[in-house]
Write a protein that binds this ligand. Structure first.
Ligand code: 6PG
Length: 260
């Protein structure tokens, strides 16, 4: 019997960052259990930046970690800065500290982007890895069970920056780019991969992101890279990030006491 894997509601506003982190960790836990049960494995792609780090750390906590089938969980990255893993800018390095090094994930299930190789060859190598890992799926574009995304104030997501030709890549799944903060060479998944995810979820926190969130959600056909993410996309916002939106009361999720 194929279990139906629910989509979370498209837009959920949490009272604060702590509630957002808990909601994100719960979402990963639920998606992992259902994908592992329905498909035999759970494929997850993590973004970098500051926003998801607390949620990553929560996934390693005793209240959540035991419920996640780590032996059947495969962890990938949405993007990576081309720096050594011990560089503070490394997305893999941050996730290793927050999550990977704290849970019983088999090493063979962890697929960091080759951030220390030449970006061009690193992109080709990761593309080949994805093709092997998702070979059993129909179609050439890998379908992740869950992709966690962030958004920059400029509307970028992954390492897809405004005006970058990478935004128009329709065939390749991983490309080398340059930009962002820090402005370094990077590898990034392309929109075809983000848009094919069974579930993509934006995690957004903070007042500084509110205008960008409004621009993207109220102009879904707009030019911002985050607006180009389509398909099964959901948004988890804290109240500050949602503060420029007219959010119907029903969408505001209250932190349920004991809902840890
Ligand atoms: C990266 C991220 C990037 C990030 C946004 C938001 O490697 O830079 O993948 O897309 O999600 O820049 O970053 P913050 O969470 O730090 O605001």
């Amino acid at each position: 019997m194929v279990m139906q894997r629910d989509f979370i509601s498209k837009l959920t506003v949490l009272p604060d960052k702590t509630a957002l982190d808990r909601a994100a960790a719960r979402l990963v836990r639920t998606a992992a259990a259902r994908s592992a049960s329905a498909e035999g494995r759970f494929t997850l792609a993590l973004s970098g930046g500051a926003t998801p780090r607390a949620a990553h750390r929560l996934l390693a906590e005793p209240s959540i970690s035991p419920a996640i089938p780590w032996d059947r969980t495969l962890v990938f990255w949405v993007d990576e800065r081309c720096v050594p893993p011990d560089d503070p800018a490394s997305n893999y390095g941050a996730a290793l500290e927050d999550l990977i090094g704290r849970v019983p994930l088999p090493e063979k299930n962890v697929f960091p982007m080759p951030g220390t190789e030449d970006p061009v060859s690193g992109a080709v190598a990761y593309e080949a890895l994805l093709a092997r890992t998702f070979a059993s799926q129909d179609g050439l574009i890998p379908r992740f069970d869950l992709i966690l995304l962030g958004i920059g104030k400029d509307g970028h997501t992954a390492s897809l920056f405004p005006g970058d030709p990478a935004l128009d890549e329709g065939v390749r799944t991983v490309v080398p780019v340059r930009g962002g903060i820090p402005d370094v060479p990077r590898l990034t998944l392309t929109l075809p991969v983000l848009n094919r995810a069974f579930q993509a979820v934006f995690l957004v926190s903070g007042r500084e992101k509110a205008p960008t969130v409004k621009a993207v959600l109220e102009h879904p056909e707009g030019p911002l890279p985050a607006s180009r993410v389509r398909g099964n996309v959901a948004w988890l916002l804290d109240a500050e990030a949602a503060s420029d939106l007219e959010v119907p009361e029903r969408e505001k999720e209250k932190e349920v006491e004991g809902d840890r």
